[in-house]
Design a protein around this ligand. Sequence first.
Ligand SMILES: Cc1cc2nc3c(=O)[nH]c(=O)nc-3n(C[C@H](O)[C@H](O)[C@H](O)COP(=O)(O)OP(=O)(O)OC[C@H]3O[C@@H](n4cnc5c(N)ncnc54)[C@H](O)[C@@H]3O)c2cc1C
Length: 386
Amino acid sequence: MDLDVLIVGAGLAGGSLACALAASPLRIGVLDARPPRRAEGWDARVYAVSPANVAFLEQIRAWPHLDHGRINRVEAMQVFGDRGGETRFSAYDAGLDALAWILEASPLALELWETLRRQPNITVLCPARPSALSIDADAATLRLEDGRSIRARLLVAADGADSWVRTAANLAVRTTAYDELGVVANFQCEKPHRDTAFQWFRDDGILAWLPLPENRISIVWSTPTSHAESLLEMPPEAFVARVAGAGESRLGAMTLLTPPAGFPLRLMQVPQVVAPRVALIGDAAHAIHPLSGHGINLGFQDARVLAEQLCELPAHRDCGDLAVLRRYARARNEEVRLMQGVTHALNRLFRPRNPILAALRNQGMHLTNRLPVVRSAMVRYAAGLI
Ligand SMILES: Cc1cc2nc3c(=O)[nH]c(=O)nc-3n(C[C@H](O)[C@H](O)[C@H](O)COP(=O)(O)OP(=O)(O)OC[C@H]3O[C@@H](n4cnc5c(N)ncnc54)[C@H](O)[C@@H]3O)c2cc1C
């Protein structure tokens, strides 16, 4: 099979890239080991999607088809330090409709999947797994485990943090394990969250409460592995009491809606995200601590930028040409490095129990809170609007 672009991985990064290329004359292939599945009830994997990425999802026609009764806007955010520090962010103060939108991962993945399956220029190969990669002057050839072989002028790795394609293409990765798990679960709360997200920098990790419709919340507790394991092993009532207590019972009594699950957290830096006929996007190109909620937001921007650049190419230009791919790598480099650097630094800053550092970081939060211009600039940058 001969294609222009073959995307390995139909997660949110790969799926959104395929949808963004649907209107182009390119012949696209999308390959995944398995189709996305709808979670039972409410999905505990939820994402805070920035306004810039809501605009991208609108552009690729995914946003209007989502069930908006399951999406919650974030109008305000309150961040608490471990020694009384506090900073508040507000969409209104920054002149935005919302700081972010909280949505479940699986309905969006399914929407992208159904959209790309309807496109005449997109071939879907699923279930399928690659087994060997060879690259020559004209194309990348991917052999699949079932014996099929596909040639494409450009191979896009959207196969997640443990990317098979990245390894097969010999692209190096620097991994920093945090020895932490992100513990996620959904809750029904007694009191209204008023579209506010809460985040606590605590001695035992970073706890985020993200608002969902009808007084539900989704939590991400990034916490050392030993503590995370004890949380995951607790009886449900004890887990609920621990989460409510860690959040100062701000939303009254809480009921558990989904069993807690834990995800290992790591920083993955990939110095070169392109090689001849290969480009990396999403977590294959950069994994990041979830404390800033930026992982898939970076992935969506990778997809948007790469799609825009491929769509702008004149018909005679080879889409897998390294010069073309280097433009994509340059365009994404700054934001990815900055977000990874800031997120990693925040994680490190709030870890040590040294009382001098604790006083400094909490003072820093108070100071930020007294500088509305700085807060507004931070919000607009995080929203992807600067
Ligand atoms: C606890 C936690 C909370 C998070 N919260 C947020 C948040 O609030 N906001 C945010 O922006 N990000 C968040 N993230 C990050 C986000 O989850 C990731 O950035 C995102 O899932 C990456 O998407 P992706 O499409 O790049 O990769 P993936 O979601 O990993 O998708 C990879 C796809 O490739 C397929 N695949 C993999 N290997 C193969 C293979 N060999 N053959 C065939 N197919 C293959 C898989 O089946 C899958 O469909 C969070 C992460 C964690 C752990």
